[in-house]
Design a protein around this ligand. Structure first.
Ligand code: 13P
Length: 291
């Protein structure tokens, strides 16, 4: 149906208490699986690429796949660049046709984070209908080229979040609230739901200005997801789970079909496993039927 930016599908999500699933993909098979799942569930969806897979395949190829799959899908689809740490590559992907760009300058000082984020916002908005995501505080764990040790992760200060959003003009915003990239080391990770709700209230209390993103979706307990939806999470990022699903499905298939040399059958099996994992997330986020 439509190629959209992230902001336009997150507004109705926040207004109506559900969230958009944002799924990191590394190849065509995962790309198809995410869109197939969203079509089956009639859900708006965000497909994300981290910087390394985007550079490996080239942004032009990622955008060509996106446009081909999204234009024939009867749902809104956004293509997001995840955790990009350079203004140059953010701009390259905006030029190529990504519809949401995340500049992650969170490791820098507050002022430098604002400077870099604003530069990307100004450029993306001048290029077209592209929304921009910024981050404040630091999310622990490993995502693509970014590694943050647990004891170095810093939660976002609510007043600073408001100042950051106002001064940068970001369209959507990921505050660090204790969620982490990768697999959680404990069953009850320390997540600051109240901080998330406070930030959401301060930013979106009087009409929606800047919907919030939850990073580190993999392994979040179901009751945490419910609380984060209540606190205003309007986009949930899921990456590690899909990587595990892909590799595990391929391993399982190859282990039981060791003498078969038919890559198509392997792909169908792995794509199906990924599609099911994404559909499960869409159900948990409440976005089924919202397209
Ligand atoms: P996970 O790898 O923990 O699912 O986190 C994904 C993420 O937040 C990508 O930005």
């Amino acid at each position: 149906m439509s190629i959209v930016n992230a902001k336009e599908i997150m507004f109705p999500a926040l207004e109506n208490g559900y969230a958009i699933g944002a799924f990191n993909v590394t190849d065509l098979l995962q790309f198809e699986a995410v869109i197939d799942a969203a079509v089956e569930k009639k859900a708006p969806v965000i497909v994300q690429t981290s910087v390394k897979p985007s550079q490996f395949h080239t942004p032009e190829l990622m955008v060509a796949i996106f446009k081909t799959l999204a234009s024939s899908a009867p749902i809104p689809v956004c293509l997001h660049l995840d955790h990009c740490t350079t203004i140059e590559y953010c701009n390259t992907c905006a030029d190529a046709g990504y519809t949401n760009i995340m500049i992650d300058a969170s490791k820098h000082s507050f002022e430098e984070n604002i400077r870099q984020t604003k530069a990307v916002v100004d450029y993306a908005h001048s290029v077209g209908n592209i929304s921009v995501e910024g981050e404040l505080g630091t999310v622990g764990g490993v995502e693509d080229q970014i590694k943050v040790a647990e004891d170095e992760a810093q939660l976002a200060n609510p007043e600073k979040c408001v100042e950051f959003v106002e001064r940068t003009g970001v369209d959507i915003f990921g505050p660090a609230i204790g969620t982490a990239h990768g697999v959680y080391k404990t069953k009850n990770p320390k997540v600051d739901f109240e901080r998330m709700a406070t930030i959401n209230k301060m930013l979106n209390g009087n009409g929606i200005k800047c919907p919030l993103v939850v990073h580190g979706g993999t392994g979040l307990p179901d009751d945490y997801i419910v609380k984060l939806l209540e606190a205003g999470g309007a986009k949930f990022n899921v990456s590690t789970e899909l990587k595990h699903t892909l590799i595990d499905a391929k391993f399982e298939y190859l282990s039981s079909h060791r003498d078969e040399y038919d890559p198509g059958k392997l792909d169908v099996f792995a794509r199906d496993a990924t599609r099911k994992a994404v559909m499960h997330w869409i159900d948990k986020l409440g976005s089924a039927g919202k397209a």
